[in-house]
Every structure is written in C-alpha cells, then in structure tokens.
Write a protein that binds this ligand. Sequence first.
Ligand SMILES: NC(=O)c1ccc[n+]([C@@H]2O[C@H](COP(=O)([O-])OP(=O)(O)OC[C@H]3O[C@@H](n4cnc5c(N)ncnc54)[C@H](OP(=O)(O)O)[C@@H]3O)[C@@H](O)[C@H]2O)c1
Length: 238
Amino acid sequence: MQAVIIGATGGIGHALTLALAQRPDCDRVHALSRTGDSSAGSNISPGQIDLCDEASIEAAARQVAATGQADLVIVASGVLSNGKDVQPEKSYRHQSLTAFEHVFAANTFGPGLVAKHFLPIMPRQGRAVFAALSARVGSITDNRLGGWHAYRASKAALNMLIRNYAIEQARRNPDFIAVSLHPGTVDTPLSSPFQSNVPNAQLFTPQQSAAALLKVIVGLDPAASGKAFDWAGKQIPA
Ligand SMILES: NC(=O)c1ccc[n+]([C@@H]2O[C@H](COP(=O)([O-])OP(=O)(O)OC[C@H]3O[C@@H](n4cnc5c(N)ncnc54)[C@H](OP(=O)(O)O)[C@@H]3O)[C@@H](O)[C@H]2O)c1
C-alpha cells in the first residue's frame, strides 16, 4: 500500500505518518507539507505542498504518481486560528472576510483541490480511501453551542465535498471510500489555545488519535463512503 499524508508536519499528520510507516502493509508514506520536512524512516518520502497553491498540489500528485498509485490519501491539514486576527468567533459580530478566506482556503478549498489532483491517481479497482480530517463541530445537526462560525462552516462544507466525491468516485470504482474523520480533541498547536475547558482524560495525544483513526480507516467498507465518523468509529450526523 502507498499512503499520502497532507499536513505531515502537523500534530496529527506527523503521528499518522509515523504510525503508517510502521505498518507491515505500508510500502511507502508520502509525507507532504508546506516545508517538505520529513519524519525519519526509510519508507517515508518527504514532499512539498501548499493547499493555497494549486500548482504545488498538482506537482505533489505528479511526484506521488511517479512511484505508483495512492491507495490511501489523508488530508490531515487545517486551521482554526492564526494567533493574530483570525480567531474562532463567539458572535456573528466578530465575523470577518479575512477569517472566512483564511479558514475556508485551508479547510475547504485546499482539500477540494487535493481531491482534484489526487483522486485521478487512486486505484480504479479495489480498495482506495480518501479521508479528510474534519471536526465534530462541522455537523449541522450536532451544533448546539453556536460560535466558531468560519471553522464550523468550513468543516460542514468540507463534509459536503467528501460526500460529492464519494458519489462521483463510486461510479468509477465501487470499492472507493471517501470519508470525513473527527480526530477527537487532540493536544496539538491547533487546539492548544482552546484547551482550558477540556478535561485531561478527554484530551488525546496525537499518537492516540492517529492509532484510533487508522483503526477506523481499516474498518471502513464502501457503505461508509460519503459519511463522517469520529475517532471511535461512530458516525457523526451531517
Ligand atoms: N487538534 C484537535 O483537537 C482537532 C479537533 C478536531 C479536528 N481537528 C482537525 O484535525 C486536522 C489536523 O489538526 P492538528 O490538530 O494536527 O493541527 P496542527 O498541529 O496545527 O497541524 C495543522 C497542519 O495543517 C498544515 N497546514 C495549514 N495550512 C496549510 C496549507 N495552506 N497548506 C498545507 N498545509 C497546511 C500545517 O502546516 P505547517 O506545519 O506548514 O503550518 C500543519 O501541518 C485539522 O483539519 C483540524 O481541523 C483537530
């Protein structure tokens, strides 16, 4: 199996890269990130990708295709804030075009362009999985607290794109699976400014989250395609 991790420098992306590289069924992990930094490991191939630059996405897909088909693609990148003017909004009054553009570019448009360039290099026959790290807060049904407008909306829209890809790819390969995954609340740079209300027992390490997510991915069948699941494999309503 050849796997691709997008956002391999991120907390969860890095842990996914290392966990996949140790699996006996994984021949190679393409660890793609903005800096192209790689994790150690003879079966880890570093590569550069910026989700806000379509040419870099296309070039990364070409680099992966040169070594074979991509059996598993995980989009593990994403943003919630930028430490400055982009912060999760507590009220509609705090919305800004800057925040909408920043968050949607990384969380929705970027993964969409990844699908554009990576779905064509996935197998036409047999199992193939395209997974994007979404978030439970992207569920419209599950939204009881409000707030975090740009982030929630970007993940809800991402979930819609995933469902679209599931429908379109099923016509090409009935064993193709596209899913959104909620990794749990994980101790990473993305969540660290917002962890104060999270009990310690509910805060995963990136390694715990990666192990749980890979278990979920292994257990998926084509009937799961187009849906969202949490780290425990429980379906999240749209
Ligand atoms: N942590 C949580 O509690 C939690 C909960 C629910 C959902 N999630 C989701 O899980 C995913 C991973 O989050 P994380 O917690 O691992 O966050 P993280 O440690 O901050 O990692 C985010 C990654 O996204 C990459 N990235 C951001 N913008 C990018 C762009 N334009 N092009 C390429 N890469 C880009 C970053 O790359 P650089 O290293 O280059 O900045 C980094 O590798 C996100 O989609 C997040 O929404 C996380």
